[in-house]
Write a protein that binds this ligand. Sequence first.
Ligand code: IPE
Ligand code: IPE
Ligand code: MG
Length: 253
Amino acid sequence: MEVAADNTVLAIPGHVAIIMDGNGRWAKMRGEPRHKGHRQGVKSVRNIVGACLRNNIRYLTLFAFSSENWRRPRTEVGLLMDLLLTALGSEIKELDENGVRVRFIGDRNHIPVNVQYAMEDAETQTVSNDMLTLVIAVSYGGRWDITQAAQRLVEQVQSKEIDAENITEELLAENISTIDIPAPDLFIRTGGEHRISNFLLWQLAYTELYFTDTLWPDFNEMAFGMALKDYAKRQRRYGMTSEQVVSRKISHA
Ligand code: IPE
Ligand code: IPE
Ligand code: MG
């Protein structure tokens, strides 16, 4: 829990979702190949996982590889898959010891089988941890997620488990890949671009958005702290008026 100078307790987001962008440019600035930037990016992941644990943030979702990233040169795709494999190998023990539960979301079909196995192992090994849930989006696209939810609903209609007219937002949400994970409170994109790039389209409906020019390999605990401070200043209204939000807060206090 963080306390501001005037002694008020800063609101900490329960779920932070991050587009880790800018690895390639970080490497290019140093005259290094792109994969050096990706490798350095793993260190930022370690730092931010640690920062989440220290701040009592319960969910962290990281965009590691998008549905569209399959369009990159084959060598870069291969290197990214290898990096995922080695990072899981080197980090999973410590994540487990720190009470981190690892989960993956995304279309696993195209992922190399050895990487799929490592993903399943990481999920099984950490399944009973509950300090922080680390959701890693690999081969993930928001449109894919909504499409697969629609497919599952159709199957349930066909098998007469549900009636088509009873499909609600809640029912669709129950078939989205982040079922049982609350929607992100804070979205962060590093690397200077101001776009969602097909990340969590359904889940970000009421998330607070934060963009920073800092490149992902440079994104440290201090930069993360700035995002948390910015989040703490926001008033989340969910369609209501500012006065309504204030009076609800008072009545809940
Ligand atoms: C983000 O960094 C990592 C992945 C998309 C896997 P980039 O590789 O997109 O870095 P830039 O945007 O080219 O700098
Ligand atoms: C988004 O970054 C995907 C990940 C960080 C995994 P990109 O670098 O792929 O996004 P665009 O292509 O610039 O929108
Ligand atoms: Mg990029």
